[in-house]
Design a protein around this ligand. Structure first.
Ligand SMILES: Cc1cc2nc3c(=O)[nH]c(=O)nc-3n(C[C@H](O)[C@H](O)[C@H](O)COP(=O)(O)O)c2cc1C
Length: 210
């Protein structure tokens, strides 16, 4: 698959077939993630694979309760209240696997490094016929004492990227991108442009100057 095509086609997948993801495919995702760039080539990432549905269900329950407790401090509390208060809502959308990319917190760029690895894993998943979605809802509880314990991680680790993985039920429709604001500085001249994101990368569209 062409890289530009893959970047454009990757979608957050929230509906999966019940079939398991083979250990070989999960290993390929870990390998792809590990080819990501990292600050000072530290390669600080650690991977946790969870295929235990009971544990994933339990993490979902704990994560929802954890966020609901801290809701007043969050943006759009009403929106979250409805979703997270629903006992039938599984934050992992019943996906068959969870891949958590984490690192020791002492690394200055551990979040950036793990996020780079996560994007690699999500693009690789697409290429391998799998779907993926970063589940930010899981992060707060996974980084609690009990959450890190549940993943078998030491307390000085930070779970950066919880990614669900599975075989998608259907191809996801495209999700439109907002117009990107760009400061374009060339030859001492700053121009502010608004860059419409084309449906396919590589197509050159007109740039609108503000
Ligand atoms: C840091 C981060 C956290 C996210 N958390 C969630 C989440 O908790 N639940 C969810 O359904 N999607 C989550 N997503 C997926 C986004 O909603 C999704 O990427 C966005 O709507 C754009 O859709 P696309 O990925 O299909 O282009 C998250 C994505 C990122 C990058």
């Amino acid at each position: 698959m062409e890289i530009l095509d893959a970047i454009r086609r990757r979608r957050a997948v929230r509906d999966y077939k019940p079939e398991k993801v083979s250990p070989d495919l999960l290993r390929q995702l870990i390998a792809a993630a590990s080819w990501a760039p990292s600050a000072m080539n530290e390669q600080p990432w650690h991977f946790t694979v969870v295929t235990d549905r009971n544990l994933m269900g339990e993490i979902s329950i704990q994560a929802k309760a954890f966020i609901l407790k801290s809701l007043p401090a969050m943006p759009r509390p009403g929106h979250f209240q409805d979703i997270l208060g629903d006992p039938h809502f599984n934050i992992f959308y019943n996906a068959p696997a969870l891949l958590v990319i984490s690192a020791e917190t002492q690394g200055q760029w551990c979040v950036e490094d793990c996020a780079m690895a996560a994007e690699n894993a999500m693009l690789a998943a697409l290429d391998l016929g799998l779907g993926s979605c970063w589940i930010g809802f899981a992060q707060a509880w996974l980084n609690s004492e009990k959450g890190l314990q549940a993943l078998g991680l030491p307390q000085n680790y930070r779970a950066v990227a919880p990614l669900i993985i599975g075989h998608p039920k259907a191809e996801m429709p495209p999700v439109a991108r907002k117009i990107s604001p760009v400061n374009w500085i060339g030859d001492g001249l700053l121009t502010q442009v608004r860059f419409p994101i084309p449906a396919t990368i590589g197509a050159h569209e007109a740039v609108t100057h503000s």
